[in-house]
Design a binder for this molecule. Structure first.
Ligand code: AMP
Ligand code: MG
Length: 333
């Protein structure tokens, strides 16, 4: 995803007051976050970028699976022991986990064992059938039971992966921080996911380009977002290569196997957490099943970019059409 509206410090009208725009890039959650804030003064804008950064750092301290965090402690609990989940994480998981059922198991955060079987965080490997069978047994609701703020990790190789919802949770916490700072216009670009609050200058929203999954420097379409988040899931950015074959980081939890790199799924929703969860889930479903699912949920928008030798096909759900401002390749009739 790439932002089209650039600028470091731009002045313009905001509710009749002078508007100052500050842009700041930080490295956090293992990736780059660009924060654009429009405020009535430079100190206010600078303070808001700092509050945003601090909110994302708090999300990382809650959800990281790369370094010590609240979730990481849970993931290292002694198998069979009952672990009390601290309330902030318990509340979040209470909201996140039901999406496994709502997506027929396409979204499954307790999938760390399957990811390890393919060594997706390392050099990559292809597991044997027996290794895969074992990894699937340590994947899903039975592998870590979570209920009423208490968790039991059943197997030593089971762990809860926040990869599919962590950025969304962080952007939601950032949005709250911006609200607390009285910021009405801001744009956060977290690589695969953006959050657009209000609009810059006299525009009606923030224009965001969605990359062609085969040619990532080329935009395939543009979205106009206001008080909405867009999250894109694809295999093109993170993968391992084993014996010349690529395996992407998004798994079908039902088979324990990486989903083929068919293109990308983008979900637009007012809530960044939901956009993040559902872009991963719809990518696992694939464009056909995913489009049916998305059309049954018109409160969200979904755009599927399907790659083939002849080009990129764009499929959009009914909830997505109002956000699409231009397409750069061949939409389906
Ligand atoms: P995203 O980029 O938001 O689609 O999230 C992908 C990340 O989520 C992967 O790198 C894994 O950490 C994790 N993951 C992979 N497959 C799934 C899945 N089917 N459900 C939930 N999390 C997943
Ligand atoms: Mg996601």
């Amino acid at each position: 995803m790439r932002r089209l509206a650039f600028g470091i410090l731009l002045a313009g009208p905001l509710l009749g007051l002078p508007a100052i725009r500050v842009s700041r890039t930080v490295l956090v959650m293992g990736t780059q976050l660009q924060i654009d804030v429009i405020a009535t003064s430079r100190p206010a804008a600078l303070e808001a970028t700092e509050s945003t950064y601090q909110a994302v750092l708090r999300a990382d301290a809650l959800l990281s699976t790369w370094h010590p965090s609240t979730l990481d402690s849970l993931n290292h609990a002694t198998p069979g022991d009952t672990a009390v989940i601290p309330s902030q994480l318990a509340t979040l998981l209470h909201e996140v986990l039901p999406w496994r059922d709502s997506t027929d198991g396409a979204f499954e955060p307790v999938s760390g064992a399957a990811s390890d079987a393919w060594d997706l965080r390392g050099a990559g490997r292809v597991p044997s059938d027996e290794e895969l069978r074992q990894a699937i047994a340590s994947t899903g609701p039975g592998a870590i039971t979570i209920r009423d703020g208490v968790a039991v990790r059943r197997y030593a190789d089971a762990w809860l992966d926040s990869g599919a919802f962590g950025k969304g949770a962080a952007l939601r916490m950032a949005a709250r921080a911006l609200q607390d700072e009285n910021i009405h216009a801001a744009f956060l670009d977290f690589g695969g996911q953006v959050l657009a609050l209000g609009a810059p200058d006299s525009a009606t929203g923030w224009t965001v380009a969605i990359a062609d999954p085969r040619h990532r420097q080329q935009p395939a379409l543009a979205l106009l977002l206001r008080d909405a988040s867009a999250s894109t899931s694809a295999q093109s950015e993170r993968f391992v290569t084993v014996n010349g074959k690529r395996y992407g980081h998004i798994l079908d939890p039902r088979t324990g196997r990486p989903v083929p790199a068919w293109g990308s799924a983008t979900v637009i929703a007012p809530d960044p957490l939901l956009a993040d969860i559902l872009s991963t889930a719809l990518f696992v479903m694939g464009p056909d099943e995913g489009l049916v699912w998305a059309n049954q949920h018109p409160a969200i928008g979904a755009v599927f970019l399907v790659s083939s030798d002849t080009g990129t096909r764009i499929l959009s759900s009914t909830g997505a059409r109002k956000f699409i401002v231009s397409t750069h390749s061949h939409p389906t009739p």
